[in-house]
Every structure is written in C-alpha cells, then in structure tokens.
Ligand binder design. Structure first.
Ligand code: ATP
Length: 343
C-alpha cells in the first residue's frame, strides 16, 4: 500500500502570508509526510477579481478536506470588507481558537518556564459584528453576545484538551464583576462544566488580574479559557512572553474541521522582503501534523525549531536583539535551516 497523502486546503493569504506559507510547506515536506496541497486564495486581491474576499470555493475546499493551513489575510481597518479570518471561523463554526505559548530556549522571553495554552471562544462575544452609530459622530454602540451553547463547548474543549495532553488545570478568565450578565453566564457555565472534570483543577481569574499575573508569574498557569475579545488580547500577551508574534502558532478547531494559522497578521510593513520570521507558521504546521495523527513528525519539527534557536547561529530580523551574535537570515533561509535540523 502506498503512503497516505494528506489533502490539505492551503490558503497563502496576504502580506507576508505567501512567504511564511512557502517556508512552512518546505519544512513540512522535509519531514517525509506526504501532502497534496489544494491551493485556494482569499483576501484583497481576490475581492477585486471576484467581488468577495472569501469565495465559497475556499470554504467548500476546507469542508471537503477537513483541514486547512492558512496564512494571514489583511483586514481593512475602519471600512472595507469584514475580516476573512473571522468569516472562515464563523462559516465553518470553528469554535475554539487554540494558541500555545511555550518558551523555547534561544527565543527572547523573560520567563523561561512558560508553557501556556490559551483557548479562545471563536464565534461570538464582541466579534458578532453588530455595531452601529447611535448618533453619527457622537455615540456608537457594539453588541456582545454570550450564549450557554458557545460557552459550554469552548470550556469543555479546554478541559478535554487538558485531559488529552496531560495538563492539570484550567483557568476561566472573565470580567463578571462588571459584565454581570454576559460574563456571569460564561462563568456559571464554566463552573458547571468544571464539575464534570474532577481530575482537572479549576480556577477563575478576573481579566485585569490575569494580565498582571501573566506578566509577573506566567509559569503558574496552565490552560486558560476566555471569551473572544479577552482571548484575542491575552493570546498576544502570551505570545510576547515567549518571543513575540514571529514564533506564536495557532489553530481554529470545530467539531469536524480545523484551520491552522499563526497568531500574527499579514504584517504589510515587511511583506515581500523575505524578512518575516516563518517560525510561527512552521510551529502551526507542527500543530497540524499532530492533529493529523503525525505525532512523531510534529515533535521532530518542534525539536528542529528549538535546536536552531538554541544553537543561536542564525536568526530572523525580529529576534535579532535577543541573539546579537547570530547572523540575520531571510524567511526561506530560516526554513531551510530548520528543515536541515530535522532528526
Ligand atoms: P493585520 O492587519 O493583518 O492584522 P498587522 O501588521 O496589523 O497585520 P501583525 O501582522 O499581527 O499585525 O503584526 C504587527 C507587527 O508585528 C507587524 O507589523 C510586524 O512588524 C511584526 N510581525 C508580525 N508577524 C511577524 C513575523 N512573522 N515576522 C516578523 N515580524 C512580524
């Protein structure tokens, strides 16, 4: 029998997306795992050509393949089309956004023992896109939706993740002292779910205290579960603890579909220059390998990233200050070095 070839939807994205995706495919293919990339385009250029930044064909491809690897897609600020990233998560009901923050030796980070998993609710909260001007130029209003269903499944996902991955504790992060009704419901549901997992410890923390704790003693936390906007902000904070956006991977998980994408955006300021750090997307590729059941290949990719960082011979421009003796190389050269370090 021939080797399995995984058919994966590949969305290169905008800005630095195509560069970091190309670099990642190179590393993933070097593991020996076989891929059949189903390349689909989304974003600004597609919007000009097809009238929508997210054509149905992209969503259909993900539905058919079950798994996608995605580069960042630019979201216009203020006006223009709505976020493609949010659109994909909503259309495919990818309800949990999982962002690991693991301190690797060699990456800049004040806290060497950080090993956090941020689980962010991905479908509701302030991201429902219900906003309007109450009085033009004077007052505006946004709606925050919290439901029992979405809260329950994301908290359950956090506990199941903890169980599956040998983790010990889940912390529900909230602002129920002020948002008494919306976060009150989230917290009530979190407590109910926690009761069904007596083997996993459960804590609660108010979002502002959580931010301070994460800066002061991040190594004291394990799995965090948050509503959408708090999760967005806290996951960037956690990325900063372990080396920044250049090294932070992410995954969007639904009942049957999964879209893997780095935490960072399209970084138009550095696009097309071969200077973006591909590490975040390469580590995202490792998360995808693990999701596919290729645990050994996933561990090899993570070990190769770690080995290159630890050796400290080369670095990308974003991490130069933490590795002053390293030679600064471009996106593709960094990917080649990581591929060469695969065991
Ligand atoms: P978007 O509008 O798509 O969110 P953005 O530029 O506003 O894009 P990010 O791309 O998330 O937001 O990142 C902010 C900055 O961090 C970038 O402008 C860039 O300088 C830096 N950055 C992000 N990703 C990387 C990367 N992979 N390598 C190096 N620097 C990066």
């Amino acid at each position: 029998m021939g080797k399995t070839s995984y058919r994966i939807t590949l969305i290169p994205g905008d800005g630095i997306g195509p560069e970091v995706i190309e670099a990642t495919c190179r590393v993933l293919e070097a593991t020996g795992v076989s891929f059949d990339w189903d390349v689909r385009h989304a974003g600004a250029a597609v919007a000009e050509r097809e009238g929508t930044p997210l054509p149905d064909a992209v969503l259909d491809s993900i539905r058919a393949n079950g798994v996608a690897l995605k580069g960042p897609v630019t979201t216009p600020i203020g006006s223009g089309f709505r976020s493609v990233n949010v659109g994909i998560r909503k259309a495919l009901d990818l309800y949990a956004n999982v962002r690991p923050a693991l301190a690797l030796p060699g990456f800049p980070g004040a806290h060497p023992n950080v090993d956090l998993i941020v689980v962010r609710e991905n479908t509701e909260g302030l991201y429902v896109g219900i906003e309007h001007e109450v009085i033009p130029d004077v007052a505006a209003e946004a709606t925050r939706i919290i439901t029992r269903r979405a809260s329950e499944r994301v908290v359950r996902y956090a506990f199941d993740y903890a169980r599956r991955n040998g983790r010990h504790e889940v912390t529900a992060v909230h602002k129920a002292n002020i948002l008494k009704i919306t976060d009150g419901l989230f917290l009530k549901v979190a407590r109910e779910v926690a009761a069904a997992y007596p083997d996993i410890a459960y804590r609660e923390m108010i979002i502002d205290a959580m931010c301070m704790q994460l800066v002061v003693q991040p190594e004291a936390y394990d799995v965090l579960v948050l509503t959408n906007l708090f999760g967005d902000i806290v996951s960037d904070l956690c990325a900063g603890l372990v080396g920044g956006l250049g090294v932070a991977p992410g995954a969007n998980i639904g009942e049957t579909l999964a879209v893997f994408e780095p935490v960072h955006g399209s970084a138009p300021d550095i696009a097309g220059k071969d200077i973006a750090n591909p590490t975040a997307t390469i580590l995202t590729g490792a998360l995808m390998l693990r999701h596919l059941g290729e645990r050994e290949a996933a561990a090899r990719v993570e070990a190769a990233v770690s080995a290159v960082a630890r050796e400290g011979r080369i670095t990308t421009a974003d991490l130069r200050s933490s590795q002053p003796d390293a030679r600064v190389v471009g996106t593709q050269a960094m990917a080649d070095e990581i591929a060469q370090h695969l065991s």
